[in-house]
Design a protein around this ligand. Sequence first.
Ligand code: FES
Ligand SMILES: [Fe+2]
Length: 389
Amino acid sequence: MKSVAAPIPADPDVVEELIGHIRNRTTELTESELRVPIEHFVSPARAAAEMALMQTLPLVVGHVSEIKNPGDFITRRVLNTGLIIVRRADQSVGAYRNMCRHRGGIVEPAESGNKRAFMCQYHGWSYDAQDGGLKRVLYQDSYGEIDYACSGLHQVRAEARHGLIFVTLRPSNSVPAIAEYLGPDVDRQIAPWNLENALVALDKAFVRPINWKLVMDGAIDPLHPQFLHNRPGGVGARSVTNNSVFRTWGRHGKMFSPRAKLKDLVLSGEQPSASSKYVGSVMLLYPNALFVEAPEHVEFWTVWPTPGNPSECTVKIRFLVRPEVSSPEMTARLNKSWGILEQAALEEDFPMEMKIQENALALGSGVFRYGRNEKPPQHLHRQLQRDLG
Ligand code: FES
Ligand SMILES: [Fe+2]
């Protein structure tokens, strides 16, 4: 049996700050309270503007382990856009619209597989899996002239970094390559998890009648665990409320909160090590992904608004596991971890967020308020506001 690898170290400066907040009974503060119009959670016009914005940003749609070998592909529907995502012979990742250049038929109906070519289901035009180029048109003689060079599948910008597959549906000039989009600080946070080689140990999706931003808010909300997750042994008992730190790195950011163990050690006068086992964290990969560090794995969330419906979203949760900690014992720990998350998210967070959505729909106006001690969700809403102008 493989031995369990050491926990990933936590940033010592963050641990120092958390210890200070525990001792002083403080938390990181913003300059002011933020008020977000309730309309932003229920209005079709606002939802359409957010959708248009998201189409111009890199979004995480999968993990490289889903397309290991050259010719492997997966199909995905991302914000109403049908995509085929492929592994090329040179190991790079490519993406095309799953849409024939003849008259728009889908060229690949399967969810995954391995192919050299994709053939349209309508009249049989076929396309090279490696570059999306048009390969063959049936009855070409009687069809008429075709310019093969400009009849390939529509290319979609795709790039894998840290094993995460990013696509940008409508790239704009202002969105840089993924390394630059994430920036060196976010890179440094993700790198130790060796996600290129990670195993996807769990992959689930939940459709809920909730605006996508309420799910994001809930996941990076530093104040609610003590109240909403107050069952014995639940999330509230494991974390400390209102002693948190939030680092912003460009559009992204990361919330750090002490685990209950850290508070116990500090209050008993000990000097704890800078280990991630004492710190809970959630990183926001703007706009809609969350990187939640458990001691030995990463819970990776993506939250997808339903196009045309501000009051619905799909939450996708994957557990990414470092290969070096994979073992039967680890599987048991992952199952336990899923049990805790399932209770917190499915039985506590989502039902509360559904009620908030109902309330927002019923009132339709007014504001939601984010206090000075609620920096992480403030950051998300301020950044959306900056991007939407
Ligand atoms: S629509 Fe694809 S071959 Fe006609
Ligand atoms: Fe929660």
